[in-house]
Design a protein around this ligand. Structure first.
Ligand SMILES: *Cc1c(COP(=O)(O)O)cnc(C)c1O
Length: 423
């Protein structure tokens, strides 16, 4: 056991990203394995938020045009900083809205039913908010979601087979919306292949990147995807309710957006206050109203760190540390009723481990009592996310030792096997 712990310490010593841990507010005595749900606060994010407050204090309304990060251009500025993380050009990315609001905007724009090509194709494993948004978009156009929303089925309840999705890409489908990384099993879909297959059939396609942005590299320009959207509070550590992001392929620039507002304007025309909109040229057009500046400000500091560390290096460590976690689970927890539900191959798994157990809800409560913050997803999933920028190999080792103890001592039996209100 001492040897195994020494090995974890050795991996920490060799970790090229280890210096970033000090940039975050980690809690002594607590192991945070939930950075895929809400990333931790970094000192740089705190600083950039305080800086924006200071600008408000100092400049009042002139903060829109003055200070180091004038608020009027902040959405575009952050889009530029995000572009390398999704493999896009600066003007193709903007920080605005939230994941769900951005899906509404993108569906309102890209879902153009014509004759019998009027269906939307999604899947049965996606996050409910995406499905609700697509259902309501169909209803707004007078279609019944029961007939017009197709949901590709999973063969095993965990993952999707790209072939099954492609089989549903018929000439009745106008739009495909899929997750990049599945929020429960952590599966990465083959976005390149799905995009090519959709386009070959005259169908537009977009991706929900909530669980992939900041965790894995994307090559949206190379893949030629039509659009993508995501939240910035998970792997990107933008803070609770942080403003979301979206990508639109420059091929579509100039297209009239579905939901307009005065921030959809060309910047230099916005204050002409005309009743005819001069729509912005790039993704700026996909904004609606005044940006939530204080909910964007932490991203300035956070994205600076991502660009400094580089998504390639982040992914390299993420693959290594999640593999290490899986290896330890298999060695230490064998015979305890656990099942690793995420795909094993590197190219098919995202930034978290999906650990299944029939007592998952109360095992999570026992983990919390032991100082480990996991993430429960009903009915039987414990999500564990060692984060490249702030989780150590030693913490991963400790987490598995704690899990082992919880099982051996049956500590979980103290708790009810039910989820909390927020799980
Ligand atoms: C977290 C998450 C969301 C959340 O959407 P919000 O609009 O930010 O509340 C949506 N989709 C997926 C796949 C998610 O993981």
């Amino acid at each position: 056991m001492e040897k195994a712990k020494e090995y974890a310490a050795y991996l920490d010593e060799k970790d090229q990203l280890s210096s970033y841990r000090d940039e975050f507010y980690t809690k002594p005595g607590s192991i945070y394995m939930d950075g895929n749900s809400l990333g931790l606060l970094s000192k740089r994010a705190e600083k950039s938020l305080l800086h924006s407050l200071e600008d408000w204090k100092r400049y009042g309304i002139d903060g829109w045009m003055q200070g180091d990060h004038p608020w009027f251009y902040l959405s575009e500025k952050l889009g530029e900083m995000l572009a390398p993380l999704v493999g896009a050009k600066s003007e193709e990315v903007i920080v605005t809205g939230s994941a769900t609001v951005n899906l509404h905007q993108l569906a309102a724009t890209f879902y153009q039913p014509k004759g019998k090509r009027a269906k939307i194709l999604a899947d049965e494993l996606n996050f409910p908010s995406d499905i609700y948004a697509l259902q309501s978009q169909l209803e707004l156009r007078g279609y019944d979601p029961k007939t017009h929303l197709l949901q590709a089925k999973s063969r095993n309840g965990r993952t999707l087979d790209e072939d099954d999705i492609i089989d549903l890409m018929t000439d009745e489908v106008a739009l495909v919306v899929l997750p990049s990384v599945l929020y429960r099993s952590g599966q990465i879909l083959d976005m390149k292949r799905l995009t090519a297959e959709a386009h070959a059939r005259g169908i537009l396609i977009g991706f929900d990147c909530c669980h992939s942005v900041g965790a894995i590299p994307h090559y949206f320009d190379e893949w030629d995807a039509d659009f993508a959207y995501w939240c910035n509070y998970k792997h990107l550590n933008g803070g609770p309710g942080s403003v979301g992001g979206l990508f639109v392929n420059s091929r579509h620039f100039g297209k009239k957006t579905g939901l307009a507002g005065w921030f959809s304007s060309k910047k230099d025309k916005q204050f002409d206050m005309e009743h005819t909109l001069s729509q912005g040229e790039g993704t700026g057009a996909y904004q609606i109203g005044t940006p939530h500046v204080l909910s964007m400000a932490p991203l300035i500091g956070s994205l600076e760190m991502f660009n400094e560390a580089g998504i390639t290096e982040i992914r390299r460590k993420s693959l290594y540390i999640t593999q290490y976690l899986m290896d330890l689970i298999e060695i230490e927890l064998v015979g305890n009723g656990f099942f690793i539900g995420n795909p094993r191959e590197d190219e098919c798994r995202g930034g978290h481990i999906c650990l299944e157990h029939k007592e998952a809800a109360r095992i999570c409560k026992a983990l919390k009592e032991n100082g480990v913050v996991p993430d429960f997803r009903a009915p039987n999933i414990i999500r564990l996310a060692p984060i490249a920028l702030y989780t150590t190999y030693t913490e991963v080792w400790e987490t598995v030792q704690i899990l082992k103890r919880i099982m051996e001592e049956e500590q979980y039996k103290k708790f009810k096997n039910e989820r909390e209100v927020v799980a």
